[in-house]
Design a protein around this ligand. Structure first.
Ligand code: C2E
Ligand code: MG
Ligand code: MG
Ligand code: MG
Length: 285
């Protein structure tokens, strides 16, 4: 690679490598500092029942309130946090904070429409030996019920070290925690494989939803996945619904739940109670 480069280009290449390395190290220490200083915050995006748009759940989404760069979304730091291992600490914080907040909402309004909080778990975080204990402790410390928690994992996690993952998923479900496959359709797993996995919910990736109004094939594919998922006793959440037409089409397919900018963007915790305050008559506790 370097051979074809002139002297100036080679120097620039070296500088780039050096800069990248320095940036990575800086990021690493910044992330650790951020955990210590509690610079992470959560937003919550509503997950609605497509039939009546009622908010039945929320997904916790982490943000970094960076002292110099402002509010950063996961795109800016989750990958780096996975590489450095910082995601383990960040993830434990997210889990506890999401459960603490959720338990507070339930306590403040027993008639809330909220049934569960969904929390993303990265592969690295799931692979720590005592992940099930991390979850158990978070539930104990926050007084949250296991049924309130839905853990979102990805297909790739399920496919790698299947035995350990399988055992942990079973243990979590035995506790009453539910499991969702996030971004379904972007990986390699098949529905027939998922049938054997202890999983409760399938979250259909936005890339699957994007084209359903414009591509008959895509529409047919999503329709088939929804039917098959239901036959396997999996609930389906369609992600990234932005248009009313998509909502209508998914509703006709029998897809029960959805999430997307059409209903709500990720919200600050203070914005949730007003949107989930059901009249007594509607609430089921
Ligand atoms: P995800 O779990 O698939 O979360 C959904 C993402 O799609 C969120 O982005 C959400 O804001 C965005 N989204 C929702 N509806 C729409 C829509 O209608 N249109 C468009 N264009 N986007 C929509 P966000 O918050 O930037 O998060 C990105 C990813 O970062 C998440 O994807 C998840 O994989 C990861 N992430 C977020 N929070 C955590 C966390 O606490 N732990 C871990 N390990 N990963 C997290
Ligand atoms: Mg997710
Ligand atoms: Mg998702
Ligand atoms: Mg997604």
């Amino acid at each position: 690679l370097a051979k074809g480069l002139g002297k100036g280009a080679w120097q620039r290449y070296q500088n780039d490598l050096h800069t990248q390395m320095v940036q990575r190290l800086e990021m690493r220490s910044a992330l650790h500092e951020a955990i210590e200083d509690e610079q992470f915050v959560l937003q919550f995006q509503p997950i609605v029942e497509l039939g009546d748009k009622r908010i039945t759940g929320v997904e916790a989404l982490v943000r970094w309130q960076h002292p110099a760069r402002g509010l950063l979304g996961p795109f800016h730091f989750v990958e780096a946090a996975e590489e450095s291992g910082a995601i383990v600490g960040i993830g434990s914080w997210v889990l506890r904070e999401a459960l603490r907040q959720f338990a507070q909402w339930r306590a403040e309004n027993p008639a809330t429409t909220l049934r569960y909080v969904s929390v993303n778990v990265s592969a690295r975080q799931f692979r720590v030996p005592d992940f099930t204990d991390v979850v158990r402790k978070a539930l104990e410390e926050t007084g949250a019920r296991p049924e309130w928690l839905l853990l979102e994992i990805t297909e790739s996690l399920v496919l790698r070290d299947a035995d350990k993952v399988l055992a942990d998923l079973k243990a979590l479900r035995a506790m009453g925690v539910r499991i969702a496959i996030d971004d379904f359709g972007t990986g390699y797993s098949s529905l027939s494989y998922l049938r054997q996995m202890p999983v409760d919910v399938l979250k259909l990736d936005k890339s699957f939803i994007d084209d359903i109004l414009h591509s008959r094939q895509q529409h047919a594919l999503v329709d088939a996945i929804v039917t098959l998922a239901h036959n396997l006793d999996l609930a389906v959440v369609a992600e990234g619904i932005e248009e009313a037409g998509q909502h209508a089409a998914l509703d006709v397919m029998g897809c029960q739940y959805g999430q997307g900018y059409l209903f709500a963007k990720p919200l600050w915790p203070t914005e949730i109670p007003a949107r989930t305050a059901a009249p007594e008559a509607m609430a089921t506790v």
